[in-house]
Design a protein around this ligand. Structure first.
Ligand code: WT7
Length: 653
């Protein structure tokens, strides 16, 4: 063990750059494309693709089939981009319809493994039929083009089926992560005025059963636009039932036709809304459209993870987040890939669960988060070492910066020092990878390397000048095909959040450094957004949940560096007059946040204080609180309305 540790530190001090072998490079999708276009190396590739309209137009020819051709690749009217204007399109044509006319019909689209170990394989043909039946069922409930449908499902194949059924008829899906609470679901259903919700009875998680239908009922009670609920039976235990509103999935689809015509939409019509956290309490409804998103997600998956016909792809994220939307559902289906969907918790019931899934299903490409890697690292390398893992050829990382130690461990024990690691930087807003290596790129552990072909990014200082070797604002200088189309019903916020700091330039909200080789080192959020285990949660969202507890008067939330999760949540709470702090109340407040948002948002620490530092205009000074809480220099506090409150932070009980 001590020996291994030394080994890793040697690898780090060498500042080693990992170069893929020429044999490996030669057989990659990207290299084959370069050969076809007479491009000799990576630098020339990036240069050639600076003509984004040419590049994305070329890519669209290889990846998607329009019902009718586009007039223009890009219509850029900052800050609004339209891609492939004039084309008639539906992403479901590429994800399903086109495959069933070929041998792909009988190819496996999804290998599902339930937490108890049940396995079910779905061919493209089977998926197609089930999607059609559900799409017809939705129509029978009156769902039409443009209507919003809420989906609250865990990691079951029925989740992609539900998404595709909506897209097929031109309805807009809004998936809510199954780990979110009933309150969080209700807020989202209300905001997007969902007509229907698709959910399940229960699902398995860590040996227990999560009562999703019960939570759905709680949410729907307060969401008057929801008239119908479709319930997939995963487990079969009793569930509460509202006659007339609730429909079993198997009953409502039973007599539906196995064919359903795919709605021919405009390429820029909306595909989905996905809520994500921002700096204010209210989550933002990110909008994505059919055409550009299809090209952008499929292209990036094909080149970055080099997917080929016989690969078995495992993106171990949850479909409730954008990672799963783009890289478990849409892009892999467009490419005709076989993907793994695993229902349960990692390392459950035994530490080698993941590694045995890889061996059993011969997974060739694995994509996961630094938090998951660090958790496995802590469990010890003896677990992956019990398994062969020899089917793996490429690895990936996403969601947060990967520390070089975790990178090296992943490379050594999971990748057997043979798999390159694609550290992909992107966001719910970007729709697909933007800064990431290709399998031909020289890698530096901890760096997401360079903007992909067709993407132009930079690091700006506060004055909007490009800087090297200094922390600055990560910005995007050109639109890209999967770029968000705005925020649902909030154009002003869209302009203000992303486009107001620098002119016609997209502000990502991440502090980043670019080194002398042009490699990007993402350091974390620049705004008041936490990244806990790769999940994005707004500080103010947690603060709002805290103050909604009847005994809480005020709250301030900060992130503290955390070995495993990247960041942990620390809350400072001012209780209402006359309320005495005690352990029980601390637990109760913590659980209250779980009920308001979801388990992932529960503070790791709650400290009771008499006051929190604020500016004269009443804004909570999180920067000051954080510095004090983690023992850093606090800096200038002269603008505070209550400088004495700073000391409260160290006195927190
Ligand atoms: C934020 C976006 C899009 C995937 C899941 C998260 C952070 C994402 C990386 C990476 C460093 C990363 C950024 C970004 N992030 N990928 N490879 N290295 N940081 O999506 O919830 O929209 O969060 O995740 O801070 O802004 P999201």
């Amino acid at each position: 063990m001590a020996e291994e540790k030394k080994d890793i530190s040697v690898l780090l001090t060498e500042k080693r750059v990992f170069k893929p072998t020429p044999e490996f490079v030669e057989q990659t999708n990207v290299k084959k494309w370069m050969n076809k276009h007479g491009i000799k190396d990576y630098d020339e590739l990036l240069k050639k693709c600076e003509d984004i309209e040419w590049f994305w137009g070329e890519m669209s020819k290889e990846l998607v089939e329009w019902y009718s051709p586009y007039d223009k690749v890009l219509d850029w009217n900052p800050p609004f981009a339209k891609w492939f204007t004039g084309a008639k399109y539906n992403i479901v044509h590429d994800a399903l319809d086109k495959h069933i006319k070929t041998a792909r019909k009988d190819k496996i689209a999804y290998i599902f493994e339930g937490e108890p170990g049940d396995i079910k394989k779905w061919t493209y043909g089977e998926l197609y039929t089930e999607v059609n039946k559900l799409a017809n069922a939705l129509k029978s409930l009156g769902v039409k083009k443009g209507d919003r449908v809420g989906i609250y499902l865990p990691m079951l194949v029925e989740l992609p089926i539900a998404m595709l059924a909506c897209a097929k008829i031109g309805a807009v899906h809004s998936v809510v992560f199954s780990g979110f609470s009933a309150t969080a679901l209700r807020d989202r259903l209300i905001d997007c005025e969902s007509k229907v919700v698709i959910t399940c009875d229960h699902f398995y998680r860590r040996g227990g059963k999560v009562a999703l239908k019960k939570q759905t009922d709680e949410a729907v009670e307060g969401a008057p636009t929801v008239k119908n609920v479709i319930v997939y039976k995963r487990i079969g235990d009793d569930v509460p039932w509202t006659e007339g509103r609730d429909h079993w999935w198997h009953e409502i689809t039973k007599d539906q036709s196995a064919e359903c015509e795919t709605e021919k939409l405009d390429a820029n019509d909306l595909l989905y809304i996905l809520y994500t956290s921002g700096t204010t309490g209210k989550p933002k409804g990110i909008l994505h459209a059919h055409g550009g998103y299809a090209v952008g997600t499929a292209q990036t998956l094909k080149w970055v993870f080099d997917l080929k016909e016989d690969d078995i792809w495992w993106c171990a994220a949850d479909i409730g987040w954008v990672t799963g939307h783009s890289y478990i559902v849409y892009a892999p289906l467009i490419l005709g890939t076989t993907s793994i969907i695993y229902e349960g918790a990692p390392a459950f019931p035994e530490p080698e669960r993941w590694w045995s899934i890889i061996d059993k299903h011969k997974v060739s490409v694995l994509y996961t988060s630094p938090t998951a890697i660090r958790a496995h690292m802590r469990l010890g390398e003896e677990h992956p070492q019990k398994c062969g893992l020899d089917s793996l050829r490429i690895l990936g990382s996403v969601g947060e910066p990967i520390n070089p130690e975790a990178w090296i461990w992943y490379h050594k024990y999971i990748g057997r020092e043979q798999c390159p690691i694609m550290d992909t930087w992107w966001q719910t807003e970007t729709g697909h990878f933007c800064i990431s290596p290709l399998p031909i790129t020289s890698l530096k552990p901890g760096s997401a390397t360079k903007p992909l072909p067709g993407i132009k990014a930079a690091v700006y200082n506060e004055q909007g000048e490009a800087v090297t070797n200094a922390g600055g604002n990560l910005v995007m200088l050109n639109p890209w095909p999967g770029m968000l189309r705005g925020l649902y019903k909030d154009e002003e916020r869209y302009k203000q959040v992303y486009w107001s700091k620098f002119q016609n330039t997209y502000l990502a909200g991440d502090v980043t450094r670019m080194d002398e080789d042009g490699y990007f080192w993402i350091q974390g959020r620049a705004d008041d957004v936490l990244n806990v285990a790769g999940h994005r949660i707004g500080n103010s969202e947690i603060e709002s949940a805290l103050v909604s507890h009847p005994k809480v008067a005020e709250a301030a939330v900060i992130g503290k560096p955390h070995e495993l999760k990247g960041e942990s949540i620390a809350a400072f709470v001012v209780l209402r007059q006359g309320v005495e702090p005690n352990e029980e109340l601390r637990k109760e407040i913590r659980e209250h946040v779980g009920t308001e948002i979801g388990k992932i948002a529960r503070p790791d620490e709650i400290g009771f204080v008499n006051d929190v530092p604020k500016t004269r205009s009443g804004k909570i000074m999180r920067r000051v609180i954080r510095a004090k809480a983690i023992g850093e220099k606090v800096g200038d506090i002269s603008t505070l309305a209550n400088p004495e409150a700073v000391e409260e932070i160290s006195r927190a009980k």
